[in-house]
Design a protein around this ligand. Structure first.
Ligand SMILES: NC(=O)c1ccc[n+]([C@@H]2O[C@H](COP(=O)([O-])OP(=O)(O)OC[C@H]3O[C@@H](n4cnc5c(N)ncnc54)[C@H](OP(=O)(O)O)[C@@H]3O)[C@@H](O)[C@H]2O)c1
Length: 357
């Protein structure tokens, strides 16, 4: 892969101090992203569709600009993005918000990132905007969050100098999963869009199926150790990983306890337990790449999958705005866009990583 000269985005070129729009700012994930931008010296602009929720959230952020805009109103989106160096879309279901926000970012000529873990929406982004983003001279980065982004970075780091591999396995060892309203709504939209069927990535393509999902045992690194996981619990990594790595089999696994939490009727939202607003949930993401008889492994661990999505997204914005990317334009996943080991190591202390040398 070639490192290209970075593009000077409109009014950009220096990173901290610049204005970054957060669409869906008052949502659970949006709040973490706003806090992370402020912590890293960026000037977030709070954007959302509900004037009252926006006003209430804005009141807790003195001096931070808020602009109301609905995804259905292109003129309002243009006003919301005016003067911004980049936009992070945290408003899901992305089936409804992704297209309009990307269109607005392309009109503004600024980078677009989202935290979408909706496989169908992620596919749409690659299918509909690759050429348009190249023509507009800007970059579109879908799934820049825990699901889709982190697994892709770990798989890319594990690959090292391999240019192709037989299989990528990504196992999610979550201690629990209290889903937000947005997560449940996105899951429902994805399920509807695939006609209630399941998905797997095999033989170099996505396939629908109706098979029951197997329960397996996965040996996570100590101290977690062996845990029951649900096999073929297909996550957004099946879009991001094969978008740039030559791997015909990409499989994702979910700890059985987290899968049960997600499916439970009356699932409750994450409850904050520390000063950052993180929940008590812990995670281990164990990625194994197999090629011939060899295996390479990369592991990340931390606390709260929603909270950690903020440093992931903001690190990505920072690298794009300071020209530390491998691709300058088009639609690209995290693993394609960034120096994966360097990106992952930069996320300490939010993320503890073990990468191959
Ligand atoms: N890839 C990952 O690992 C990852 C990580 C975190 C989040 N996510 C995804 O991000 C999304 C948001 O999650 P969350 O935890 O922040 O959920 P949340 O707390 O329920 O917040 C959802 C936000 O999206 C806004 N929204 C929803 N539909 C909208 C629309 N059509 N137009 C404008 N705004 C809209 C909501 O605004 P209203 O209150 O006005 O409805 C709210 O601000 C979900 O799809 C979730 O799956 C993915």
């Amino acid at each position: 892969m070639v490192v290209v000269d970075h593009i000077e985005y409109a009014g950009a070129g220096m990173g901290p101090g610049q204005t970054v729009v957060v669409f869906g700012a008052y949502g659970h994930t949006g709040r973490f992203v706003v806090a992370e931008l402020l912590e890293r010296g960026y000037a977030p602009v709070l954007v959302g569709r509900d004037a009252e929720k926006l006003r209430a959230f804005g009141q807790t952020h003195a001096g931070v600009e808020a602009r109301q805009a609905s995804a259905a109103d292109a003129a309002a989106l243009d006003r919301a993005l005016a003067g911004a160096a980049a936009v992070i879309n945290c408003a899901g279901p992305f089936d409804a918000t992704g297209g309009p926000l990307i269109e607005a970012a392309l009109r503004a000529g600024i980078p677009y990132l989202d935290v979408a873990a909706e496989i169908e929406a992620n596919l749409d982004t690659f299918a509909h905007f690759a050429e348009r983003a190249r023509d507009a001279g800007t970059v579109v980065l879908p799934a820049m969050a825990f699901y889709g982004g982190l697994g892709d970075l770990l798989a890319t780091a594990a690959m090292g100098d391999w240019t192709a591999a037989d299989e990528v396995h990504i196992a999610y060892g979550l201690s629990s999963w209290h889903p937000t309203t947005g997560t449940l709504a996105s899951g429902a939209v994805s399920s509807r869009r695939r006609g209630g069927r399941r998905l797997r990535y095999t033989g170099g393509r996505l396939q629908h199926h109706d098979d029951a999902l197997p329960t397996l045992s996965w040996s996570f690194p100590a101290p977690l150790g062996p845990q029951p996981v649900i096999g073929e619990f297909t996550m957004a990594d099946v879009v991001t990983v094969p978008s740039h790595l030559a791997v015909p089999e990409v499989r994702t696994y979910m700890s059985a306890v987290a899968a049960a939490d997600l499916a439970a009727p009356g699932a409750t939202a994450p409850a904050p337990v520390d000063e950052r607003g993180r929940s008590a949930q812990t995670f281990v993401v164990d990625v194994r790449v197999r090629n011939g008889g060899s295996e390479r492994r990369a592991v990340a661990s931390g606390q709260d999958i929603y909270a950690v999505s903020a440093p992931l997204a903001v690190e990505a914005v920072d690298r794009i705005l300071t020209g530390r990317t491998r691709v300058a334009t088009g639609v690209a996943s995290a693993g394609a866009l960034f120096d994966a080991p360097d990106f992952l190591r930069a996320l300490a202390p939010h993320l503890k990583v073990e990468l191959p040398n």
